[in-house]
Design a binder for this molecule. Structure first.
Ligand SMILES: [Zn+2]
Length: 204
């Protein structure tokens, strides 16, 4: 039975690298995969899965109106050769809408194709992204891709947004084209960063 996998990790945890690796493993055996990436948010421009380690892969762009179930089905009917898709891979899955996640469950349950969605869990204000929330609810298997805090040696579970070198904890969830920078951090360093910038409460 196919399953829906949600593999989450914070920034720089190697999620894109993992996608490229999984795709390579299938394709080496002549097994076709589909890679999707949300185009309304992509950091490399719409159609590339880019890993910071320096590999790139073409991806099918997903916009707010894309029906992922219909899209996968259309590739099934047009694909030549073995006429089979062995796996569907999703990059930056946090940016998907609820309907996208429900469509992915249809791909798994009705087409019997495994889906692996990779993405962040919480945003820089520690709110779940819409895609992440719905993946946590719907996924059969949930797995953490671990990385280390930027500032210490604990496991990173959060992300800090920096603007001009200063940590910020307000603003839009998705900031495109700004001069923002994100760092993976542990909870302790996250809290520490904001203690340092917040003004001391006035004492009477
Ligand atoms: Zn830390």
């Amino acid at each position: 039975m196919a399953q829906l996998y949600y593999k989450y990790g914070t920034m720089n945890s190697g999620k894109s690298f993992e996608i490229i690796k999984v795709a390579h493993n299938y394709e080496e055996q002549g097994k076709q995969v589909l890679i999707y990436s949300p185009s309304f948010s992509a950091r490399d421009g719409a159609e590339l899965v880019g890993s910071r380690v320096g590999f790139e892969r073409a991806a099918i762009p997903v916009d707010e109106h894309t029906n992922l179930y219909e899209s996968v089905k259309s590739h099934l009917s047009t694909s030549t050769g073995p006429n089979k898709i062995y796996c569907v891979l999703i990059d930056e899955a946090q940016f998907l809408k609820k309907h996208h996640i429900l469509e992915l469950t249809q791909v798994v349950d009705e087409l019997n194709i495994p889906v692996m969605a990779f993405g962040l869990k919480n945003d820089f204000q520690n709110q779940l992204f819409e895609g992440s929330y719905n993946l946590l609810v719907q996924a059969d298997k949930i797995e953490e891709i671990k990385t280390i805090c930027w500032f210490c040696d604990r496991k990173a579970t959060m992300v800090i947004r920096f603007r001009d070198g200063q940590p910020v904890n307000a603003g839009e969830q998705i900031q495109i084209g700004g001069n923002e920078d994100y760092k993976p951090v542990c909870r302790r360093c996250y809290n520490q960063a904001f203690r340092e910038v917040e003004p001391e409460p006035e004492t009477e």
